[in-house]
Write a protein that binds this ligand. Structure first.
Ligand code: GAP
Length: 541
């Protein structure tokens, strides 16, 4: 299991998985580029999701745990949409975080992400803040407190700590706070709202009339196309619409590699169903999505399904669960969100019909009114209800939303896959090895082909196998360096199979196949090799 995140970050840069965006200009915080291998890995994550959820979905069968059979369709909506969409969805008024600024260090922090501890020494009690949690946070706050009180390390027992690390949101009086990067007390400003949507201007109009937003989620594109999909395809409720695409959030503190970025990709499903069966569908999607990550290789103990407490639920939600992963950059015992599965009721379809709903009007959400008693943000006025021609019932469908992040899933798969072990080299001596134990469906390269030496007819056989494999899979040809080095290079990027053409090939026309995880080697006829690899991979695909 990966403990030191720096090892993975360095492998990702060295082998072309991930680069900082605009690196030659010093980089841009919160933006990441996927290199030659990274793009293959992320495409595989998205393709596995699309195939398992959409194109490969068996609409004739009732899946285990599902109340009945259902249809799935896809969609690709635009990133910039009518600005009214964000007003009705609530993002315009409510999609913000609270930030605090430090007058001394000029740094900006997300209010709820700053933690700290109360401590007293020399007759003065202060709150020492830090951006990290766990043992690292405890060590950092101690160092900062010693410095503040002008004490040596041996005087640490003079520090009287009052309680564990707690969030800055629990602190009322900021004059007693020592900011995460400050030397003086009371340099943090009061928390201020900060809308996370990126604003842009459409066409030649640069004023508010032309203002629009880069979407902060792909979901709204699905809701506003609900009627189009219904009218243009023969789907009937229950059915789901899936979409993969870029989303943008002007995060206050992007961090932890790609985990919190400002530009990222989401893989979202809006599943429309009858209100009466929606709790059962919620359970089905929660369990199905959890199983998907498990089947794709995330180990049980680092993956968890966490049901939200009632007080954590969004104003529209009757149930929400997060699928979380214990990323190595988090303190022990903490998990980061991979995907949220939310029961959203009829909130979204009604908002786009009637106008923005008042979040405080629970349980029967009502349209939020302005001072003149008119809708604060008017809906489309279009009828988004559904008519069931068998039961003759008309209703507004309820929605279950499994909403995943392609970048977070890719990062979790990379963290989980990173392994170190020791293998014998050509001379039988132990050699340290780094390998990515990626699920074969996710591996950027499926097979690599090596001629042992670049002569004696070996390259010809190897090239033929390589060309054959390339018709079906991303494959790699490598004729350079010692064969042990070539294996090591493929292990490091997670290639499940390597094929070597050697001296024996010329006498009996067989080649060696080597398996990444077990190091098992076996010989097959060169002419059967591509079919053998295809067979091995297809059992996983
Ligand atoms: N439509 C619901 C929605 O967008 P969300 O929990 O805000 O819900 C869904 O986002 C998923 O998108 C998250 O579980 C995460 O995987 C991904 N995500 C959200 N913000 C992200 C960010 N700043 N960087 C990378 N991924 C992010």
């Amino acid at each position: 299991m990966l403990k030191d995140m720096d090892k993975l970050v360095s492998l990702c840069k060295r082998r072309g998985f991930l680069f900082q965006s605009s690196e030659i200009y010093g980089g841009l915080n919160g933006f990441w580029d996927y290199g030659p291998l990274g793009v293959e890995l992320k495409r595989n994550v998205k393709e596995a999701w699309w195939r398992d959820m959409v194109t490969g979905h068996d609409d004739l069968a009732t899946l285990p745990g599902a109340p009945e059979s259902f249809d799935m369709t896809g969609l690709d909506s635009t990133i910039i949409m009518h600005p009214q969409i964000w007003k009705c969805s609530g993002h315009y008024d409510l999609f913000h975080d609270f930030m605090v600024d430090c007058r001394e260090s000029k740094k900006r922090y997300r209010h709820d992400q700053v933690r700290g501890r109360w401590v007293e020494a020399k007759g003065k009690k202060i709150f020492v803040a830090s951006q990290v949690g766990g043992d690292e946070g405890l060590a950092e706050t101690e160092q900062k407190a010693l410095k503040f009180y002008n004490l040596r390390a041996k005087n640490a027992p003079e520090l009287a700590w009052d309680g564990p690390l707690v969030s800055l949101t629990t602190v009322q009086d900021f004059s007693q706070v020592l900011g995460p990067d400050a030397k003086e007390l009371g340099t943090l400003t009061e928390p201020r709202e900060f809308n996370l949507m990126f604003k842009t201007y459409v066409g030649a109009l640069s004023g508010e009339e032309g203002a629009a937003f880069l979407r902060p989620e792909t979901a709204q594109g699905i809701f506003v196309n609900f009627k189009n999909v219904l009218d243009s395809s023969r789907v009937k409720i229950p059915f789901g619409i899936a979409q993969i695409g870029k989303s943008f959030r002007n995060e206050i503190t992007p961090r932890n590699f790609t985990f919190r970025s400002r530009e990222f990709e989401q893989m979202e499903i809006e599943f429309f169903c009858h209100p009466a069966s929606s709790p059962a569908w919620y359970q089905f999607w929660r369990n199905r999505r959890y199983k998907w990550y498990h089947d794709m290789g995330l180990a049980g103990e680092r993956l968890q399904l966490r049901e939200h407490h009632t007080e954590e639920l969004s104003h529209y939600s009757c149930g929400t669960a997060d699928i979380e992963y214990a990323f190595p950059f988090l303190p022990p015992g903490e998990y980061g969100e991979l995907e949220g599965i939310a029961h959203r009721g009829d909130f979204d379809l009604r908002s786009h019909m009637e106008g923005k709903l008042d979040p405080h009007s629970k349980p029967d959400l009502k349209v939020e009114l302005d001072a003149d008693g008119k809708p604060k943000h008017r809906g489309s006025g279009k009828d988004l209800s559904y008519f069931d021609d068998i039961t003759r019932e008309r209703y507004i469908p309820h929605v279950i939303e499994p909403s995943a992040g392609a970048d977070r899933a890719t990062l979790a798969f990379l963290c989980e896959a990173y392994q170190e072990d020791s293998v014998p080299d050509e001379n039988g001596k132990p050699r340290e090895r780094v390998f990515l134990k990626l699920h074969p469906r996710l591996a950027p390269i499926k097979a690599a082909v090596f001629p042992l030496v670049n002569k004696d007819g070996m390259p010809e056989v190897a090239e033929r196998i390589y060309r054959d494999l390339k018709k079906s899979f991303v494959s790699f040809y490598d004729a350079k360096g010692a064969v042990g080095r070539r294996y090591a290079r493929q292990d490091e990027v997670g290639t499940p199979y390597c094929i070597t053409v050697d001296g024996q090939t010329l006498t009996d026309q067989t080649v060696t196949i080597r398996e990444r995880d077990t190091l098992r080697q076996w010989r097959v006829k060169a002419d059967d090799c591509a079919a053998e690899i295809r067979g091995l991979l297809e059992k996983d695909l």
